[in-house]
Design a protein around this ligand. Structure first.
Ligand code: PMT
Length: 221
């Protein structure tokens, strides 16, 4: 039954954008709404998969029948994804994860003092979860999918990122007005480590989600 082609599978999806706190009221974040990741989770559940959705700061309703694990920071997202990935058939990283976080967290709200220059902001590297997952798979046959939101040289940057991260598929979406971050629609090219290129025309995020699962299902043992 093609409609239930993920029955008996466990898939992990990350969604949303991480927030890296500076003090109790401020953070470094990004414009991810979580919509693309939630569409992936809904689509996989509809196709029969058991779904773990690791959701970073997404203000969206929990999809029916999906196990939602809320997280805040990149470090928390890593913990939750690696834990769920241990017995997963596929992992799809749609979350926008901060590459860097502030080196220090101020326990009290940072104050502005009259006549004083602002203190410089020092950042440290966050773990690269996708590279770690793809390089050290808990199950050798696990399918690992990344996303890349690019502003220029979209395909060339996507190819380079696919090779660098070591994943099986990379969904490259161009940052634009009515697509990618925050919108209901998206448009993408799904690059395969096997050299394949699958263009997905502008349309609802659900349509891109369905194409991603088609490509994942074709790669499952
Ligand atoms: O949430 P929406 O509003 O619906 O928007 C969807 C989206 C634009 C967030 C989504 O479609 C998307 O493109 N997600 C990836 C955003 C991005 O720019 O990723 P990146 O190029 O920084 O990272 C590449 C890949 O590595 C991603 O799969 C990311 O999850 C992963 N990564 C990145 C950094 C890091 N430290 N660890 C990671 O695992």
């Amino acid at each position: 039954d093609l409609a239930r082609d993920l029955a008996g599978r466990h898939v992990v999806v990350s969604a949303g954008g991480t927030r890296e706190p500076l003090d109790p009221v401020r953070f470094l974040g990004n414009r991810s709404s979580g919509k693309q990741g939630y569409a992936l989770a809904r689509s996989a559940a509809a196709r029969g998969a058991r779904v773990t959705l690791v959701a970073a700061n997404a203000a969206l309703p929990d999809p029916a029948g999906v196990d939602v694990v809320p997280v805040g920071t990149a470090v928390q997202l890593r913990e939750a994804v690696l834990k769920a990935a241990a017995d997963a058939d596929a992992v799809v990283m749609a979350a926008a994860v901060a590459d860097f976080r502030p080196e220090t967290y101020a326990a009290g709200k940072i104050k502005k003092k009259d006549g004083q220059e602002p203190a410089p902001l020092t950042l440290v590297r966050n773990p690269d979860i996708l590279a770690e997952l793809a390089g050290d798979r808990p199950r050798p046959a696990q399918v690992v999918v990344g996303f890349a939101a690019e502003t220029d040289d979209v395909l060339a940057n996507g190819r380079a990122k696919l090779a660098r991260k070591g994943c099986d598929l990379l969904v490259v979406n161009e940052v634009g007005e009515r697509k990618t971050f925050g919108s209901e629609e998206n448009e993408a090219v799904v690059l395969g480590a096997d050299g394949s290129e699958t263009p997905v025309p502008y349309g609802p995020k659900e349509a891109l989600a369905d194409t991603v699962w088609d490509l994942v299902a074709a790669r499952l043992p």
